[in-house]
Every structure is written in C-alpha cells, then in structure tokens.
Design a binder for this molecule. Structure first.
Ligand code: MG
Ligand code: ZN
Length: 325
C-alpha cells in the first residue's frame, strides 16, 4: 500500500483529526526509507514507485525503466509469471505514475495514452481507479475498452458493481472517472475502501497467491495544494482502508502487508499555533516534495525484515528474498 506523499506528520494527522484510533498503530515492525532518485535528491512519484516495483534507482519521470530508459521487469510481472493473481488500485488515474510503474515501461510519466495501452496488454488481472479518457478519447482513435474486453476483461465505467465470479479466466477493470477520482472532501465516499475489498475478494481466489498495490494517490495532491483539509481527508480515507486490509491479513495469516510512501509532500508539519501548545496549525514548507525519510510499516509473515533504515529499492529486494524469487 502506497500513501503517496505521506511522511510522519501526515500519519500523525490520523491521530489528531479522526475519532477512531489510527490503524498505523497496529504495526509492530517499522522502518525508514531513503527516497532520493538517481537524478535528484528529491524524488518524484515515478522514480519512487519504480524503486519499489523494479528495485532500481532511476530518474524522475521514469516509469518502469532504468536510467538508460531500458525496461526493468517489475515484481507484479514476475509474480504474474509465477501464477500469482495481480491487481492495482488508485484514486488517481490508473495510468498515473505510481500504479503505472508496476505494469508499464515508458520513458516519461506524462505518456498516459501509452501507459493505458500497456495496461491493456499487461498481466494485471484487476484494476480500479480513474483515467477512462486515456482508453476512450485517444489521439490514435483506438478503442482500448474493446481491446481490454477481447483480452478477457469485464470493464465497468459507472460503479463498482462488478459481478465478481469464480471464473478464473475473467479479469476486472473499473475506470470510474475521466481523470482522477474526486477528492474525499468533494464526495468520493468509500471508493478506495470498496475497490480494495472487491480486489481482495477477487484476488484471494487464486490458490498460488496474489499481489495487490493500493495507492492513496491524493494525499500527495493535498500536499501540493498546501490544503490541509484536502490532505487530512485523504489521509483518513487511507487509514480506514488500511484497517480493512489489516483485518484481512490478520484473518488470512499468510498475507504480508507493507505500507509506505514514495516521498513526503508539502514539508507538512503539525505546528503549534503561534506558541499555543494546545492548538495545532497544520503547516506546509513547500508546494513540492521533500527529501525527508518516510516510514515503512509491515505486518504478517516476514514483517520483521522491514525494520531499520534502508534505500527505497530495498523494499523490492526484501519482497523478492521473502518469496524466494
Ligand atoms: Mg501517486
Ligand atoms: Zn507529488
């Protein structure tokens, strides 16, 4: 699970601005990652996600390619070849940098039409998010929805009312907005919770195992906007989804949950309000990302491997080692 743009203060906000206990407090194994990319001290989400998905430090803007723009195989692709069912879920477009880095290989993140085409022919079995326009309203006039259907997908564009069947040959795609999904403070509701629950119910049917990437995409956008209401709304949504995922893993006993972020956004902090130590003034120091380390939380078999301070690429290495890939 990737909470895009989430540092310690964003996580702390779930303790001060939500009536329920933060689900982050359920973890016993916590580490910190260094997030610099190959090109910059401060990473973007493309290089940040490619570090997780493919274990390489690359340049800002790179999607599943190395510094020479050569495609680097991803964990999702490796696991799919080994029989795992795979899924990606985001509150951005599904072709946005974070989810794209798990299934696409393009030299620049803004190539969302190319990324949509990559998803169409990828080994992803389940996806949910926004980005319909990149499948239907394309400069090359291709209709990727019919291509996805030919490729075994059941595609829904209006709601999450997917009739998930036990047919192992069926794949499911939900494209519920032209661009990104709405903000929480503008009524997104339980999309991320419901999509994740649906994804888990579909993916767990695969007896070989599954790999699912869930992104709280817009925590980052609240940070870029220096809008604490936006950010906190997204953060609480992610925390609630996290609770459900941890409940699933607790019951399943054989699922490893890793929660982290690609970088921190906004230089966000829970400052005192002009010296009043009983009042928090959520504050920002930048409209961009920051270089601060971000936390990693792990639960389930192998979780103890994620303690310590290490590079973001080590998450990929640790997963591979645990799965003996
Ligand atoms: Mg993102
Ligand atoms: Zn960002």
């Amino acid at each position: 699970m990737i909470a895009d743009g989430t540092g310690i203060s964003q996580i702390s906000a779930t303790q001060f601005y939500h009536s329920e206990p933060s689900n982050y407090e359920r973890f016993k194994h916590i580490g910190l990652i260094k997030t610099s990319s190959a090109s910059d001290l401060i990473t973007d989400s493309a290089a940040g996600a490619t570090a997780f998905s493919a274990g390489v430090k690359t340049y800002n803007g790179a999607i599943g390619v190395n510094t020479d723009t050569i495609a680097t195989p991803t964990l999702l692709e490796d696991l799919s070849e080994r029989g795992y069912a795979t899924g990606v879920i985001a509150t951005s477009t599904i072709t946005h940098a974070t989810p794209a880095s798990f299934y696409a290989h393009v030299r620049y993140r803004k190539m969302e039409e190319e990324i949509a085409e990559a998803l169409t022919y990828s080994s992803v079995d389940f996806f949910a998010g926004g980005g319909l326009q990149f499948f239907t309203d394309r400069s090359d006039k291709k209709d990727l929805i019919s291509e996805l259907t030919k490729n075994g997908f059941e595609i829904e564009t209006t709601s999450l009312n997917g009739n998930i069947t036990t047919d192992p040959n069926k794949k499911y795609g939900f494209l519920l907005a032209d661009g990104g999904m709405p903000k929480m403070i503008e009524g997104r509701g339980s999309f991320l919770y419901d999509a994740t629950a649906l994804g888990l119910s579909y993916l767990k049917k695969d007896k070989d195992g599954f790999f699912l990437m869930v992104e709280g995409s817009q925590i980052d956008w609240g940070g870029h906007n220096n809008d604490s209401d936006y950010l906190i709304g997204e953060m609480i949504d992610f925390d609630v989804v996290l609770g459900n995922v941890l409940d699933f893993a607790k019951k399943d006993k054989n699922t490893l949950v890793i929660v982290t972020a690609d970088h921190e956004t906004g230089g966000f902090t829970l400052a005192s309000d002009d010296g009043n130590y009983n009042k928090i003034k959520p504050s920002f120091s930048t409209g961009g990302h920051s270089a601060t380390m971000v936390p990693v939380f792990a639960y389930g078999p192998g979780a103890e491997e994620f303690s310590g301070i290490y590079e973001n690429t080590a998450i990929y290495e640790k997963i591979k080692a645990l799965l003996k890939l």
